[in-house]
Design a protein around this ligand. Structure first.
Ligand SMILES: *Cc1c(COP(=O)(O)O)cnc(C)c1O
Length: 392
């Protein structure tokens, strides 16, 4: 199955007069997503928010099924949460951290996750260890296995870091986690929607994802998947009338399924829009999406490699749709602006977003150009011409 790019672009009004290479920031939403969100907002205005939610009950239930299908889980293992960070938090802060517990993570870990590690380290005396990279710049699975000890309570890594093309070997990590019976939390924020994800093949126990990046969903949406046998072992840091039931003057019961990680008041239009975005991706097929994204990214890396002014910084054996580079003598912020003036969207990755990785590479900032399946080879070639002109 291949992607009919002209049909897809016809569905994507935003791609008509700009080159959007900021898909790892927020991708352009396709028409069915936009229509779903706006349609629901209109119903809220016409008949009332609660009434519109009731009317959309079946569509909401289908969104859980779709999210479950997307990652290979079950609908009652899915919680819709307002973004990937909070989704991840609801799992991470659900552990009953004890002094001396050890968390194993990776060098390219995302800033918000690492801040959470440091917070529980300071609060409870937990030890955080960032496993070294292997010679390809991905997490070393040998080092990971060596660092596991009897105090290791969690393995938590980022699948695809926010700052580059690296795809960490998540399934190899999952195999080790399983062999040592240690829970595995995967930040799949940049991989969900970009490639096939199967929680059983990966062997993770918890996975977080966002709506607006490769899934092309609305902003302010995300979800958490938690393997059934882990749900009741995690006590969410916050509870409300949706996550729990007040059963008596001195008692409450937490929901037995992944609803415990959600809260009651929610962006219903966004949830429905995310469901539509997931269905859109499932219809195209995640293998076809990955192949198209990788093909465009490879073309872009090759184009950049032929320009002496730039250095591609992507690491790892497998490289995805995020292309990061630096330009000799050019501030990435100026490069971004020069491209924006020509209606080309990229972004700048800063050291503080992946501090360990950027410090090890001695990089302060990089340009991040992240491509999607709706981008064309022509756009990639125009991008390379534009960036060449910036350098001269
Ligand atoms: C963007 C990103 C996040 C945070 O996602 P939000 O939806 O903004 O909370 C987490 N991890 C990685 C790797 C990201 O790129």
């Amino acid at each position: 199955m291949t992607i009919d790019i002209s049909r897809i672009r016809a569905d994507t009004p935003g791609c008509e007069d700009l080159i959007h290479f900021n898909n790892a920031g927020a991708a352009l939403t396709p028409a069915p997503v936009l229509e779903t969100v706006i349609g629901h907002l209109r119903r809220e205005a016409e008949i009332g928010g609660y009434e519109a939610a009731a009317e959309a009950g079946n569509a909401t239930a289908r969104a859980y099924d779709s999210a479950a299908r997307l990652v290979g889980g079950a609908a009652d293992e899915i919680a819709f949460i307002e973004n990937a960070t909070r989704a991840w938090d609801m799992a991470f802060y659900g552990f009953n951290w004890q002094r001396g517990d050890r968390i194993l993570t990776a060098q390219a870990e995302y800033v918000s996750n690492y801040i959470a590690y440091l917070q529980v380290a300071q609060r409870y005396g937990v030890e955080v260890v960032a496993v070294p990279d292997d010679e390809h710049g991905q997490i070393s699975v040998e080092a990971l296995e060596r660092l596991i000890d009897s105090r290791t309570r969690l393995i938590a890594i980022t699948h695809i870091p926010t700052n580059g093309g690296l795809v960490n070997p998540a399934a190899a990590v999952g195999k080790i986690a399983k062999a040592h019976d240690i829970p595995f939390l995967l930040d799949a924020c940049q991989s969900v929607g970009q490639m096939p994800i199967d929680v059983d093949a990966i062997g993770c126990d918890m996975l977080s994802a966002t709506g607006r990046k490769y899934l092309r969903g609305p902003r302010g949406t995300g979800f958490l998947w938690v393997r059934r046998n882990w749900i009741e072992k995690l006590e969410p840091p916050f509870l409300d009338l949706h996550a729990a039931t007040w059963t008596g003057p001195d008692s409450f019961e937490i929901q037995p399924d992944a609803r415990r990680f959600e809260n009651w008041e929610t962006y219903v239009a966004g949830k429905l829009g995310l469901g539509a975005a997931i269905d859109y991706a499932l219809d195209l097929g995640l293998p076809a999406i990955r192949d198209a994204v990788y093909a465009r990214a490879t073309r872009l890396r090759n184009g950049l490699a032929s320009l002496p002014a730039y250095t591609v910084q992507d690491k790892g054996v497998e490289k995805c749709g995020i292309v990061s580079f630096s330009g000799a003598g050019h501030d990435p912020a100026d490069i971004k602006q020069a491209l924006a003036d020509q209606k080309i969207n990229v972004t700048v990755s800063r050291r503080s977003s992946t501090l360990l990785d950027m410090t090890a590479q001695n990089l302060e900032t990089m340009v991040r150009a992240s491509v999607h399946y709706y981008n064309t080879d022509t756009e990639v070639d125009r991008f390379c011409e534009a960036i060449d002109a910036v350098a001269s």
